[in-house]
Design a protein around this ligand. Structure first.
Ligand code: GUN
Length: 302
């Protein structure tokens, strides 16, 4: 039997509807809505399209949304002053500085300047530490790993006692999702292995996985024979392998491929995410969830 598709496009709609409802309830009861600012430096086309989507989604769920675009030559000092302004702004609950930043700006310094209580990306070391401790310490899980966990849980995949193998050790996906899946509690409590470029025999580890999470950035890295029959396969890869003309808009669009050989893998896996339409739509969705959470923390209702 072919694998059940885990569709981020569908699960996103459920979650955004839940957020919209909650925002309306909070507005009625407390007279406030969550505020999200996205700071975009320069005119990188991919960054512009991500930020546009973040702002459109924030608008859709009823947030106050602020798009703050700054020139590519903004100084580090001026950017830090801008962050400080939003740190002090009571109507803003979430601050997102779109990455990558231009070379003359120190990314670490910028991310560390965001108030950890408004760090809805979950990139500040304080929030990374909170995630590591787990439980009620966690405020803002980073958005892509949080989206992966939602996909697994909402698809009814059992995580307690499951063998989870994570391919890739990045700070924004591999390390945090491994950390989240090993915590005690619902949607986790798994036995976790991380494999990476230093691993001797990646295939042998992957073959043991009940849940295989692949975030390597290498198209078709995971072969069908690496997959345990019936496993849940989460493909985080978004690899641009060419261009095509969109049938809808007539414009050139990227051809995307995941890190898993999808066509072959779906005959073996029990569950699998497609690329695009799997993990991708979940990242912005979880950004909305974190921003709502930030307001709820402030109101003491989280
Ligand atoms: N650039 C690409 N993805 C992201 C993200 O999730 N957050 C931020 N801040 N920048 C990004």
């Amino acid at each position: 039997m072919p694998a059940k598709l885990i569709l981020g496009t569908e699960i996103r709609e459920q979650i955004l509807d839940e957020i919209t409802k909650e925002v309306a309830e909070i507005k009625a009861k407390h007279g406030v809505v969550p505020g999200l600012v996205t700071i975009l430096i320069g005119e990188n086309p991919a960054s512009i399209s991500y930020v546009t989507l973040k702002i459109q989604t924030a608008h859709r769920v009823g947030f106050k949304e602020v798009q703050d675009s700054q020139p590519i030559d903004i100084s580090e000092k001026d950017l830090l002053a801008l962050i400080d302004k939003y740190n002090k702004d009571d109507s803003i609950n979430g601050i997102l500085v779109q990455l990558p930043l231009p070379k003359h700006i120190n990314e670490k310094k910028v991310l560390n300047a965001i108030d950890p209580d408004k760090d809805v990306d979950g990139f500040h070391p304080v929030n990374v530490g909170r995630l590591m401790i787990g439980g009620s310490e966690v405020k803002y899980p980073p958005c892509t790993p949080a989206g992966i966990q939602e996909l697994i849980v909402r698809s009814g995949v059992v995580t307690k006692g499951a063998e989870v193998v994570v391919v890739g050790r990045s700070n924004i996906v591999g390390k945090p999702i491994a950390n989240m899946m090993l915590q005690k509690g619902p949607g986790a409590n798994s036995t976790v292995t991380i494999v990476h470029t230093g691993t001797k025999d990646m295939a042998s580890h992957c073959k043991r996985a009940d849940i295989l999470i692949v975030a390597a950035g290498v198209p078709d890295l995971v072969k069908p024979e690496w997959i345990k029959p019936g496993a849940c396969v989460i493909d985080v890869g978004v690899n641009r392998v060419g261009e095509k003309v969109s049938e809808k808009t007539g414009k050139k669009i990227a051809i995307l491929k995941g890190d898993v050989d999808f066509e072959a893998a779906k005959a073996i896996a029990g569950f699998i995410t497609p690329v695009p339409g799997g993990v991708g739509p979940m990242t912005i969705t979880m950004l909305m969830k974190n921003t709502l959470k930030s307001l709820k923390f402030k109101l003491g209702i989280a």
